[in-house]
Design a protein around this ligand. Structure first.
Ligand code: SIN
Ligand code: FE
Length: 291
C-alpha cells in the first residue's frame, strides 16, 4: 500500500471539490498520510527571526500554544514572544480552515487542541526509549485520556533552506496490534483511579488509553520489532504540509528542523467509517468494550 495520498491543493482555504474531499477522507481514515506538496505555510519577513533553536526553553521537545493563546516552553524575549504567538495563531487558523474545509462532516465534533513549534533538530537528541520519537510508534500520552477519541495532526515544514523532515511510516495499525497487543501488560488495579484522584491525569483513563500507551511503549522498547517491521522512509521537503491520524499511523521522525504542528481531537462518531478507528480495531481484537 502506498502510504502517501498526494493532494494538489495550493490554498489553505476551500471550497474544495467533492471528489477531492471524498478521496481525502477515505485515505485519511484508512491510515494513509495526506501529503500537500504545494501547500507551504509562509512566514512573514519579521517572523524569519523565529527560525532559531534558541527560542526553545529546552525543558520540553516543543514550544506549544494552547487554544486560549498561552505559550509554553519558550525562551523568547517579550517582543519575540508576541511575534511567535501571532505566527503560531496564524498557522493554527490556517490548519483549522484546511481541516474544516476538507472534512465538513468532522466540523461539529472537531476540537482544536495544541499547536506546536519544533525548532530543534531531531537527529542526535537523546531521550529515554519511550520518549524517543525516532522509533516507530502510534501517539498515546500518559496524562491525556482519550477514551477512544482520535488524534489528528497536521505538520508543515518551514525550514528556510532545503532540510526535509524525514519520517519512517510503518505497517497498518491492525498488523502492528496483532503483533504487539499480546505482549501489552494489564495496568495495576486501581492505577487509573489513583492517577486521576491525584491529578496526574485530566479525567479518568479508560482501558483503551492503557492499551494504546501499552502499544506505544512496547513497540518503542522492542528493538527487534523496530528493525524488522516494514517501513517507508519519506522526506517532507520545506514548503510542504502533511496530515494524518497519529494514533493510527505508525510513524517515527528521524531528522529535520523547524516544523509547525496542529493537533485536533475528534469523536469517532464523526468519522465516515468509525470501525476503522483504533478503538474499533482493538475492541474487535479483545472482544470487549474499551471505553
Ligand atoms: C512525532 O509525532 O512522533 C514527531 C513528529 C515530528 O515532529 O515530525
Ligand atoms: Fe508521534
Amino acid at each position: 500500500m502506498d502510504v502517501l495520498e498526494t493532494l494538489d491543493i495550493a490554498s489553505w482555504r476551500g471550497p474544495f471539490g467533492a471528489a477531492v474531499r471524498q478521496d481525502a477522507i477515505a485515505a485519511l481514515e484508512r491510515g494513509r498520510v495526506l501529503f500537500f506538496p504545494h501547500l507551504p505555510f509562509v512566514l512573514r519577513d519579521a517572523e524569519r527571526s523565529l527560525l532559531t533553536p534558541e527560542l526553545s526553553s529546552g525543558r520540553a521537545k516543543n514550544i506549544s500554544l494552547d487554544p486560549s493563546g498561552r505559550l509554553k516552553h519558550d525562551a523568547a524575549a517579550k517582543d519575540q514572544q508576541i511575534l511567535l504567538q501571532a505566527m503560531m495563531q496564524r498557522f493554527a487558523a490556517d490548519a483549522v480552515a484546511l481541516v474544516g474545509g476538507l472534512f465538513p462532516a468532522y466540523a461539529a465534533k472537531l476540537e482544536r487542541a495544541r499547536t506546536s513549534y519544533r525548532p530543534v533538530e531531531i537527529a542526535g537528541r537523546k531521550y529515554s526509549a519511550t520518549k524517543d520519537d525516532t522509533r516507530l510508534h502510534v501517539d498515546a500520552f500518559p496524562t491525556r485520556p482519550m477514551r477512544g477519541r482520535r488524534i489528528l495532526r497536521l505538520f508543515s515544514n518551514i525550514h528556510p533552506g532545503a532540510l526535509p523532515r524525514v519520517w519512517n511510516v510503518g505497517e497498518p495499525f491492525a498488523d502492528m496490534a496483532a503483533k504487539i497487543l499480546p505482549r501489552v501488560k494489564p495496568p495495576m488495579p486501581l492505577a487509573a483511579w489513583l492517577r486521576a484522584a491525584t491529578w496526574q491525569t485530566r479525567g479518568l483513563r479508560s482501558r483503551y488509553d492503557d492499551l494504546m500507551l501499552g502499544l506505544h511503549d512496547t513497540a518503542k522498547l522492542d528493538m527487534d520489532y523496530q528493525r524488522a517491521t516494514p517501513k517507508n522512509e519519506i522526506a517532507f521537503a520545506p514548503g510542504t504540509t502533511w496530515l494524518c491520524y497519529t494514533d493510527q499511523v505508525m510513524h517515527a521522525a528521524l531528522s529535520g528542523q523547524f516544523v509547525l504542528e496542529q493537533t485536533f481531537h475528534l469523536d469517532i462518531d464523526a468519522m465516515a467509517e468509525p470501525a476503522r478507528a483504533p478503538i474499533g480495531v482493538l475492541e474487535k481484537m479483545t472482544g470487549r468494550a474499551l471505553a
